[in-house]
Ligand binder design. Structure first.
Ligand code: ZN
Length: 196
């Protein structure tokens, strides 16, 4: 099922995700819906917060992007990125292993807003997969950027927090407009719900 993606201004986007200790049937269902939602939205990553769940869970799939390379190392050996996608990250931990580089970034919670963001070029990642198994890998390029963006979401951090002051100032009118319209929509939703 395709889930609605929450936009900037929704308070859940600022919540830190709760740790997941058990992969229940409900959790597997959510993972499947998140993969479907990410693919339908043509996104390369989606965090649980973006579909209204403050959990340590994200999905990433960079296969749709052909002009921005990714690298992957499993157990110290180079591995095929495509074979590893989509990757499910539960309770992920990210350690930078390279210097930051700037690159363009967007976010499904900020439609039509893009900016250069500086992030470490490669990272080491430890997470649990959908089967409850812990795994570790090292990645670089777009995959490293996407994973860092999603892990930020899981901690309530948004890409606007990583923008330079100048860029954020430039985007302020669009950001303010988006935030206001999200809040207005939320208010309306509350007004029209059934009383009990
Ligand atoms: Zn995002």
């Amino acid at each position: 099922m395709i889930l609605p993606v929450l936009k900037y201004g929704h308070p859940i986007l600022r919540q830190k995700g709760a740790r997941i200790d058990e992969i229940t049937a409900e959790m597997r269902h959510l993972i499947s819906d998140m993969k479907e939602t990410m693919h339908a939205a043509k996104g390369i990553g989606l965090a649980a917060q973006q579909v209204g769940k403050a959990l340590q869970l994200a999905v990433v799939d960079v296969r749709a992007v052909t002009d921005r390379p990714s690298t992957l190392h499993l157990s110290g050996q180079p591995a095929e990125v495509a074979d590893f996608m989509p990757v499910i990250l539960i309770n992920p931990q990210v350690t930078p292993v390279a210097e930051p580089v700037a690159g363009p970034e967007g976010c499904l919670s900020f439609p039509e807003i893009y900016a250069e963001i500086s992030r470490p070029e490669s990272v080491e990642v430890t997470a649990t997969n959908e089967k409850g198994k812990k795994f570790t890998f090292r990645c670089g390029g777009l995959l490293a950027r996407a994973i860092q963006h999603e892990v930020d979401h899981l901690n309530g951090i948004l890409f606007i927090d990583r923008m330079s002051t100048e860029i954020r100032q430039e985007l302020k009118p669009e950001l303010d407009e988006l935030q206001t319209s999200t809040k207005e929509a939320l208010k309306k939703k509350i007004k029209t719900c059934n009383p009990l």
